[in-house]
Design a protein around this ligand. Structure first.
Ligand code: ASP
Length: 417
């Protein structure tokens, strides 16, 4: 009993790390016959896939319905537009660095097949993201159409929640509560699946190492280095430029943002970091509550620039492994799919890993890289979550300045140098 309790209390990140290291050792010791334990890895992958559609649908409806539409206004709309633009910039940086360094080059996975390619052309692909049958889209595991329908559903629900008609308002409130509870249920299931992850990761990495030996380590290091570089550019250049355009002192901004950035790094959850981010917006940056109480929860739901970078990079990594050359049109599809995947990613640890299915299948890249990434996802997730949270706060601060929604007599602004 005592052992079981300490086992459960031991942080799952460490368990995954241990599973990963032991998997490497087992793979090196046993070699190719280790393939026998593959079903254990497949089990984990099946659980991951099981949660994608309900997780995306429920958490997006809940997130979109939590927004107060009365606060949308001009400033809120501008924030949404910049959120989308920065996500596209992020994925472009990720893809550019990926294409310049080819993190997966020279590594091959025996027996890996590309996933079934869906796209015809970029325009056709984009059109196909509007579901003609939303339930059919969910049943067929089409994540992007599911995201679009979920956002519409959630936004409509947000409007009904502030309806003048008491009957509609009450019904909407009940529906919202159902989604709120369902989102909590999904987070519990995610937690359960992550408890299996150490064993899944153990088996998957053991099988890879058993078949390929040491050759995976260089690609891993390259991928981590690429993500770190892309995130440094996104934060150091893109956000800094946005702040400078709004005539905000970036040094003061980053001073105020240190706490949420650090919290995001260690918790690997934008949603979990939200209270810390909001406090920084209020106490340290003096931003108007009417603005940040709308834009920060929205940002934690849809604005994930670090996740967009990661999706792009992993896609290039996957293309390298199967030696696939991506055309310009495929890159455009990939970029849009990566942004959509980042929008659909829940703000909880490793949710972006689950969403790789969306980006990879958009241009027929092999899903077999997901287990490979799972082993190092903790490191990648820390960095990208920090980027996600910084993006929300930087865009909110710049917009607040533009609309005179900052009180410069408070927080870091009032501090002497
Ligand atoms: N952990 C990230 C976040 O909460 C999401 C992801 O896995 O990409 O922002």
């Amino acid at each position: 009993m005592g052992f079981w309790r300490s086992y459960l209390q031991f942080p799952v990140i460490y368990k995954i790390a241990i599973g990963f290291v032991l998997g490497i050792v087992a793979g090196l010791l046993v070699g190719p016959p280790i393939v026998a334990i593959k079903p254990l890895g497949d089990l984990f992958i099946r659980f991951l896939k099981m949660i994608v559609i309900p997780l995306v649908f429920i958490t997006l409806v809940q997130g979109a319905a939590s927004i107060d539409p009365k606060k949308l206004g001009l400033a809120g709309t501008l924030v949404i537009i910049i959120y989308i633009i920065t996500s596209f910039i992020a994925v472009s940086i990720g893809l550019a660095i990926g294409l310049a360094t080819h993190p997966g080059k020279g590594f091959t996975l025996p027996g890996v097949k590309p996933s079934t390619p869906k796209p015809v052309s970029f325009v056709q692909t984009a059109l196909s993201w509007i579901p003609t049958n939303p339930i059919g889209a969910m049943a067929k595991f089409q994540v992007i159409p599911t995201i679009i329908f979920a956002l519409l559903f959630g936004l409509a629900l947000a409007f009904l929640r502030v309806s003048e008609d008491p009957r509609v308002k009450e019904a909407a409130e009940v529906t919202y509560k159902v989604f709120d509870a369902s989102a909590e249920i999904m987070y519990k299931i995610v937690k359960f699946v992550l408890e299996i992850a150490p064993y899944g990761v153990f088996a998957l990495i053991a099988v890879v190492i058993g078949k390929t030996g040491y050759s995976i380590f260089i690609p891993y290091l390259k991928l981590i280095g690429d993500e770190a570089l892309a995130i440094t550019i996104q934060i150091g250049v893109v956000y800094t430029t946005i702040l400078l355009i709004a005539r905000i002192n970036p040094i003061k901004f980053f001073k105020a943002a240190t706490e949420p950035m650090f919290t995001a790094f260690v918790t690997r959850s934008s949603s979990g970091t939200l209270p810390v981010t909001m406090r920084a917006a209020d106490e340290k940056l003096g931003i108007d509550r009417g603005l940040y109480s709308f834009t920060l929860p929205l940002g934690a739901t849809i604005n994930m620039d670090g996740t967009a970078i990661y999706q792009g990079l992993v896609a290039i990594f996957a293309a390298d492994i199967i030696g696939k050359h991506l055309t310009a049109s495929q890159l455009a599809t990939l970029a849009t799919a990566a942004v959509m995947a980042s929008v659909g990613t829940a703000g909880v640890p490793s949710a972006g890993l689950i969403m790789l299915t969306v980006t990879l299948t958009s241009v027929g890249l092999p899903l077999a890289v997901i287990p490979l990434i799972a082993g190092i996802d903790v490191i990648l997730d820390m960095m990208r979550t920090m980027n996600n949270v910084t993006g929300d706060l930087a865009v909110t601060t710049a917009t607040a300045k533009a609309f005179k929604l900052i009180d410069f007599s408070r927080g870091v602004w009032a501090e002497k140098k």
